[in-house]
Design a protein around this ligand. Sequence first.
Ligand code: 5GP
Length: 214
Amino acid sequence: MSPRLARRGLCLVLAAPSGAGKSSITRALIATEPGLTLSISATTRPMRAGEAEGVHYFFKTRAAFEALRAQGALLEHAEVFGRLYGTPRAPVEAALAAGRDVVFDIDWQGFRQIRAALPADVVGLFILPPSRAALAERLAARGDAPEEIARRMALAWSEMRHAGEFDYVLINRNFETAVAEARAVLTAARLATTRQLGLAAFLEAAARPDPDGA
Ligand code: 5GP
């Protein structure tokens, strides 16, 4: 029997200004990609309507968040819009070791830190909105308060300035196309030779003459 081509998992970081469609693209990928799980972040921001504890975030007080950070339980953390956000370390490390992939809906600061922590395991994809008007429309449709929308619009550029640091970039003009493009990035990243831990064993077995002489 030929050996399985064992592979280390990877971290697919999706970043974008709020409202660029990142969360919907992430959900669509997870729904159709076996072996891909979402990293659930911890945050000190209040829960929005429709969100649930442990599904969208682990909602924490500032003190509880800071305790996690002090214990080294966060792989990365950042302050966004005056709130703390961070990635729990243990689930990511377990997934990578088991050959499972993890997708992250985090900002550019988180991407930098995760890439520094796990340089060989991280693939970054930046999602751009097609226009400023489209971004404003999506934020309004989401039900955020007008002041919140204005704040996020003002900060969108400071996030987009970092698009060039990512490995890949796509413009979300059409949702289905954007999901297909994100999936193509994931597929290519999965096939990278550096991730094929079982490649040497596979090649060795393939080169061995068949015992039946066939
Ligand atoms: P929201 O409050 O709209 O859910 O997220 C606000 C921003 O925080 C988004 O850009 C989101 O990607 C980012 N974010 C969410 N979780 C994390 C995290 O764990 N780490 C970092 N660095 N950013 C995060």
